[in-house]
Ligand binder design. Structure first.
Ligand SMILES: Nc1nc2c(ncn2[C@@H]2O[C@H](COP(=O)(O)OP(=O)(O)OP(=O)(O)O)[C@@H](O)[C@H]2O)c(=O)[nH]1
Ligand SMILES: [Mg+2]
Length: 263
């Protein structure tokens, strides 16, 4: 799977005058990249944060994140590319924050936060290709410039996987589930996180009433009839759990207070 290197990203950033950092609303804090933000700052590029997938999170929680970012002096907005919520507002917001018009903006962020989907809703039709799972056909491999309208151009980019980032997000987004060396380890961490922040998330997704992540994987394998020899195929169940997080079948969200953040 191709991800953007920092060198590529730096070159792309030199060609624009604005950076749109896309975050997953389910966990905007760990899908931020400090390095990306620092690079934008050093290059003197205007930075805005877009929390996408807002359809998966209650509005009061989105407002909390927004207030936190406000208090940090970061300009942010939440949208749902899938449900086309807030997308007209987003277009106006980008233009209002733009240092000049017409503006060329780089859209960047972790894999699968919905960068290409945002371009498509802004354009009003599917131009940039998208995919549900990292590395699946349709994911973004190259930088490509899209004309949204006469005043707005957006440069799409492959996902970034910042070395300093959160290990779970890196593991989940940085490698296609099919290619993971140890999907069980990743799925167990993901399930631990899900059960910690929302104990009912596993039940909602699978109708499995277990609190131990390994038992959840075993139960899922049994339920789906995935066996290897006579043992439940826990590897397959692990990959499924990771895919289900991307597809938002297994879903949970965090709030600023989950990180002890105050504002
Ligand atoms: N629930 C929900 N899903 C979304 C939303 N926006 C995008 N998605 C889904 O998220 C997945 C990833 O979207 P992409 O637009 O391919 O994400 P990307 O950031 O361009 O991904 P890469 O190019 O691989 O870095 C797709 O399956 C989209 O359908 C949204 O607002 N809500
Ligand atoms: Mg993309």
């Amino acid at each position: 799977m191709k991800i953007a290197t920092w060198k590529d990203l730096s070159k792309a950033m030199d060609q624009v005058n604005m950076v749109i950092e896309v975050l997953d609303s389910r966990d905007p804090w760990t899908t931020r990249s400090e390095k990306l933000e620092r690079m934008a700052g050093e290059k003197g590029k205007k930075l805005i944060l877009v929390m996408n997938k807002s359809d998966l999170v209650p509005k009061n929680v989105l407002d909390e994140w927004k207030r936190l970012f406000d208090s940090m002096g970061l300009k942010s907005i939440y949208v749902s590319a899938r449900e086309r919520l807030g997308t007209l507002r987003l277009r106006r917001f980008i233009k209002r924050e733009a240092p000049e018009l017409p503006v060329k903006a780089l859209i960047a962020g972790y894999p699968k936060v919905g960068k290409s989907s945002i371009i498509n809703v802004l354009k009003g039709r599917s131009s940039a290709s998208t995919s549900p799972i990292p590395g699946n056909p349709g994911y973004t491999r190259h930088f490509q410039l899209y004309r949204i309208d006469s005043k707005l151009y957006i440069l799409d980019s492959p996902g970034i996987v910042p070395a300093e980032g959160n290990p779970l997000e890196i593991a989940v987004r940085g490698v296609p589930p099919e290619e993971m060396r140890n999907p069980i380890e990743v799925a167990v961490k993901l399930l631990e996180r899900a059960l910690q922040v929302d104990p009912s998330s596993v039940w909602r997704a699978y109708r499995i009433d277990e609190r131990d992540p390994v038992k959840v994987l075993e139960a899922l394998a049994v339920k789906r009839g995935w066996v290897r020899g006579r043992e439940p195929d826990v590897d397959e169940a692990a990959r499924q759990v990771i895919r289900d997080y991307h597809r938002a079948k297994l879903t949970f969200y965090v709030t600023p207070s989950d990180y002890g953040l105050e504002y």
